[in-house]
Every structure is written in structure tokens, then in C-alpha cells.
Design a protein around this ligand. Structure first.
Ligand SMILES: [Zn+2]
Length: 144
């Protein structure tokens, strides 16, 4: 049996990453709603060209996470190269929320090397690639 070894590269947080967290908190504050629409998560996304997009989650019978909404906004604006993403809420540790499994899969499919800001096991902010956040990820396969 072949042994599978996973590596998980951790990246240090920089000033731009801290700014992304602030931007995510700002867009959440501007759009917060825990009544009808349940906008309770903000997100900020840095593209490789330096452009930054922001969004909040949208609730509904098939609601979408803030990461999904923000990626959709960026893609609709023509962006295709992504650098860093973070989801936030003002009451979470360091304000940062790790992406759910569905978002990890989406990020892996669009941009496996995007850096995701998360808290590590000691509560320290770090960045990890979407690829490392989802071992054994599903990938599209073309059958012949
Ligand atoms: Zn999600």
C-alpha cells in the first residue's frame, strides 16, 4: 500500500491580510442583518492584480456563503487570478471564520493555490492554500 503524505504550508499574515479582515468587517457592518436576510458573514478577496472585492452571505432556501458571493462578484467583474480570501464575523476568534466544506471545494476548483486566512490550532492567524485545506478533493475527470 502506497503511503500518502500531505504537506501543509503555512504562510505568515501580512499588513494586506489584516486590511482584508478590516474590509470584510466593514462590508458586514454595512449589511448586517440577523432578521429576515441573515447577513452574518463578511468576506474580502484579493486578486493577483491587487483588486479587492467584498461581499456578505446571502440567505434563502439555498443560501450562499460570503466566500461564494464574493468570488461571484469578482468573477462577474472579469477577475480570474486570485491571491487571498478571508471570511469574517466580529465575534469570532481574530474575527476570522474558516470556510465550510462547500466553499473549500469551490475555492479548490477555481483557484487551488489561493491563500485562505484561518486561525491555526493555537489561535494564531495564518494563511493556507485551498489545496491544503481540502485533501483528496474532488476534481473534474474527463472519461474517454
Ligand atoms: Zn461556505
Amino acid at each position: 500500500m502506497r503511503k500518502v503524505v500531505f504537506t501543509m504550508t503555512r504562510y505568515e499574515i501580512n499588513e494586506t491580510d489584516k486590511r482584508l479582515i478590516e474590509i470584510g468587517l466593514e462590508v458586514l457592518k454595512q449589511n448586517f442583518d440577523d432578521g429576515i436576510y441573515n447577513h452574518t458573514v463578511g468576506c474580502a478577496l484579493l486578486c493577483k492584480n491587487g483588486n479587492i472585492y467584498k461581499g456578505v452571505n446571502c440567505d434563502g432556501i439555498h443560501g450562499s456563503c460570503a466566500e461564494y458571493i464574493t468570488m461571484g462578484i469578482a468573477i462577474s467583474a472579469g477577475e480570474r487570478e486570485f491571491d487571498t480570501i478571508v471570511a469574517v464575523h466580529d465575534k469570532h476568534l481574530n474575527y476570522v471564520i474558516p470556510p465550510c466544506g462547500n466553499c473549500r471545494q469551490m475555492l479548490f476548483e477555481y483557484c487551488p493555490d489561493i491563500k485562505v486566512i484561518v486561525n491555526d490550532e493555537n489561535g494564531k492567524l495564518i494563511k493556507i492554500s485551498a489545496r491544503d485545506l481540502l485533501p483528496f478533493a474532488w476534481e473534474p475527470v474527463v472519461c474517454e
